[in-house]
Design a protein around this ligand. Structure first.
Ligand SMILES: *Cc1c(COP(=O)(O)O)cnc(C)c1O
Length: 797
């Protein structure tokens, strides 16, 4: 059906009539998209079944990747590419007068994630399947993913994301594999044959229904599974408020990250977390039992990885199943559990370290709470033996303290592997943030620097550059991204460098066209495309970027001799709905854009663009068009970053602090091919520890800073005067927690050198080539191979 164009067309037309009940001439693009999607899903189904059969018969060890987020984006093009049927389909559709690119635009992003952590999970699924590794994803099928962002008068407005409006063609509902999850109720303890048994009674039950999606590897016959759970009512309780029960049940899989400032939201979040892990573990054990008689060797065949602490209840849930349902003793169950679960830490920001009040945890999950309590008591007693009398230490390491359950501590105690996501991050975990745990469990700690799938972020999103690379070094790089280093031989080949530059120009034109359509702004293609796209957060310092733009504007206005290469500063960022400061920064960026883009004196030199609704499908257009990649977080704060890797792979040059994986990018490309500025992480951490930074001094002593800061309050913008006062206050009154003013001067200097470097086009193109050539290390294939070999001990099958 997909090997021959004629056959494809015939099958397509037939399928379209059958599924849509319309003739081809009556059909809409939606119908055509849906038809093609169904054909692809059916096409993979045989291999999908075969893959599962192979895993089952060979009893291979499998890994299950638990994540509260999977930021998949669109899958049509991805699947066509991985299945190797893109050309047949594109040309068959073209014969019918259908543009494949238009069909792709029909698909909504599956935006079941917030940012890097969720996108990492999606990249990992692609690498697992492409490396023929037995690994599957488990998550939640949120009815609404991350909100859709609109900008109205410069402010962010959030609309519910309606990604399921037209159905989701890639999934298969498997209602027969549903499981029940209990909440609330009590635990009944009884003696049976000299053993205590626990029964969770009077619980409110929720049904978890799995929706499976095939995950096809790149041109392999491995099809793994992404299983996403939906919450539905179980049998309706008699004599109770049925509608309330239905509403509460369904809300579990309704929104990603419900607002948890109130208890009601906290309960919902904790419900989501237990719902995910309990359903997933039940389903894993069901399929395990079809191949094995006993659970004693469970950990030899199953690895469960928890992506950050959201799924950490996998630890007590697995204990519960092993003890309450399988009748194992505590020590045996603990041995199995702690050899099954591995954990990735994604942040050292203390506000992101999850804690749940006991008053919420205990009633909602009574049996799980008992188990966590027991884990805590045993751990504290070990600590007591190790550090007799050191109450302070024990209190700070305990899993439950001050009536709070600390999820990261549970993860550290109940897993066999704890990894950070970049060398610097792991170093900070081991030697600072989790140093006490590192001293107790040194063997658990390891680093796995993040990666991105080069198949999505280069092959698919930047086809022109991919073709040029293949022309230069053959197509082996698609399988083995380290081969990209072979590009380095073109460093002095001016025609190859010219060709790379031409591709960049073409990609810039495409992005400019989109910007023109969206904002009405004309963009100068010869300007430097300087891009910062990522979640809006104070530590990521979009504020530093926009204050620098204000400084450039002031220079241009005041100094007729000031020269700078024309630049287009492009931002894309969603702010969390309750994050007041982040929303102010979005407003500030839009206000600066308004002012600068309108000014006839500066508009040819300086442009500021805010791209609405940043998401995966938009990202795929943005990275290929970037000249400069802004990775300017406060050193020590960004665990890894993956946007930095996507930019590098597409030939952008990084302006960055020595933070997260920027450190490793710097090591790969060398001083001459990156622009590093600002405080180092140990300097930042020392300031936090010992003080000594006074942002006010920078305000007083640097008149560039004073000028832009005063403009936040002076009527420089048409907005009411106090609009940006909170930003001013965060930098002065709250002493600038993220060192924006401290790094300002260093940033101005490095940005000036970026401008000069760009004007030496030969040099710039060489830099760009080196970045592409060295980016293979940041493929998630490399990352996944490390996880597979060093943590999960799984093998290609
Ligand atoms: C890669 C990616 C991110 C992560 O970007 P960082 O710069 O690493 O924070 C966030 N959102 C989307 C849509 C992405 O593709």
């Amino acid at each position: 059906m997909f090997s021959d164009k004629g056959e494809f067309k015939e099958a397509f037309l037939k399928k379209l009539e059958m599924t849509c009940g319309k003739s081809f001439s009556e059909s809409s693009e939606k119908d055509q998209f849906f038809t093609l999607g169904l054909m692809i899903r059916e096409y993979v189904s045989t291999e999908w079944i075969n893959t599962n059969e192979r895993y089952r018969v060979d009893k291979v060890k499998q890994v299950y990747y638990f994540s509260i987020e999977f930021l998949l984006g669109r899958l049509l093009h991805h699947n066509l590419l991985n299945l190797g049927i893109e050309d047949v389909v594109a040309s068959g559709l073209a014969d019918l007068g259908i543009d494949l690119a238009h069909l792709e635009d029909v698909e909504s992003d599956a935006g079941l994630g917030n940012g890097g952590l969720g996108r990492l999970a999606a990249c990992f699924l692609d690498s697992l399947a492409s490396l023929n590794l037995p690994g599957h994803g488990y998550g939640i099928r949120y009815k609404h993913g991350l909100f859709e962002q609109k900008i109205v008068d410069g402010y962010q407005v959030e609309l519910p994301d309606q990604w399921l409006r037209n159905g989701h063609v890639w999934e298969v509902r498997k209602a027969d594999l549903s499981v029940e999850i209990p909440f609330w109720g009590e635990v009944e303890v009884r003696e049976e044959n000299g053993r205590q048994v626990f029964r969770h009674i009077h619980a409110e039950r929720v049904t978890a229904v799995p929706y499976d999606m095939p995950v096809a590897g790149y041109k392999t016959d491995t099809i793994n599974t992404l299983r996403l759970w939906t919450a539905e009512p179980s049998r309706y309780p008699i004599n109770q408020d049925v509608l309330k029960y239905k509403r509460e049940t369904e809300s579990i899989s309704e929104f990603l990250y419900p607002d948890d400032t109130q208890d009601e939201g906290k309960i919902l979040r904790l419900k989501q977390q237990y719902f995910l892990v309990s359903a997933s573990i039940k389903s894993i054990i069901q399929s395990y039992k079809r191949q094995h008689h006993s659970l004693i060797n469970f950990h030899e065949y199953v690895s469960i990885h928890i992506n950050d602490t959201h799924p950490v209840l996998a630890i007590p849930e697995l204990m519960r199943v092993l003890i309450d349902e399988e009748g194992l003793g505590w020590d045996t169950a603990w041995g199995i559990t702690t050899q099954t679960i591995s954990y990735t830490n994604h942040t050292t920001l203390s506000e992101a370290l999850e804690k749940w009040p006991v008053r919420i945890f205990q009633p909602l999950l009574p049996r799980i709470f008992m188990i966590v309590n027991e884990v805590n008591e045993r751990f504290c007693s070990d600590l007591w033996n190790k550090y007799p009398g050191d109450w302070n230490r024990i209190e700070s390491l305990a899993i439950i303290a001050h009536n709070q359950v600390k999820m990261a501590h549970l993860a550290l105690v109940g897993s066999y592997s704890v990894n950070g996501v970049a060398a610097l991050h792991t170093d900070i975990l081991q030697n600072r943030e989790m140093n006490h745990f590192y001293k107790i469990f040194p063997e658990k700690f390891n680093n796995k620097t993040n990666g991105i799938t080069h198949r999505s972020w280069l092959l698919k999103s930047n086809p022109s550059l991919s073709n040029l690379i293949t022309m230069g070094i053959g197509d082996e790089w698609i399988r083995d991204p380290n081969q990209l280093r072979r590009l380095l031989k073109f460093k002095n080949d001016s025609s190859y460098l010219q060709a790379i530059s031409d591709v960049k120009t073409e990609n810039k034109k495409n992005l400019a066209k989109r910007i023109r359509a969206q904002t009405g702004e004309w963009i100068n293609i010869d300007s430097i495309f300087d891009i910062q796209v990522k979640r809006l957060h104070a530590y990521k310092r979009q504020l530093l970027n926009i204050l620098h733009v204000m400084y450039l504007y002031n220079r241009l206005k005041e100094d007729a001799h000031f020269h700078m290469h024309p630049r287009t500063f492009i931002f894309g960022a969603k702010a969390s709905p309750g994050y007041y400061f982040a929303k102010k920064v979005i407003k500030l960026i839009n206000s600066v854009a308004e002012k600068v883009n309108k000014d006839s004196l500066t508009k040819d030199t300086l442009k500021v663009i805010f791209l609405e609704n940043y998401r995966v499908s938009l990202a795929e257009e943005v990275f290929p068009a970037a000249d400069v990649s802004e990775q300017i977080s406060t050193a020590s704060k960004e665990a890894s970053g993956t946007g930095n890797m996507k930019f590098m792979m597409n030939g952008a040059i990084t302006v960055g602090t020595l933070d997260g994986a920027n450190v490793e990018i710097h090591e790969k490309v060398g001083d001459e091919n990156i622009f590093i500025f600002g405080l180092r992480s140990d300097e930042v951490l020392n300031y936090y520890q010992h003080g000594g930074y006074h942002s006010m001094e920078y305000y007083h002593h640097d008149k560039r800073i004073r000028q832009v800061m005063d403009q936040l309050k002076s009527g420089f913008f048409p907005e009411v005067m106090d609009e940006f006062e909170p930003i001013f206050d965060s930098l002065i009154m709250e002493n600038d927690q993220y060192f924006v003013l401290r790094d300002f001067s260093s940033y101005v200097n490095v940005q000036e050198s970026v401008g000069y470097a760009y004007e030496d086009q030969k040099r710039w193109r060489q830099m760009s080539l080196v970045n592409i050539g060295e980016s293979g290390h940041f493929s998630s294939d490399r990352t996944i191979e490390e996880y597979a070999n060093e943590i999960w001990h799984i093998h290609p099958s």
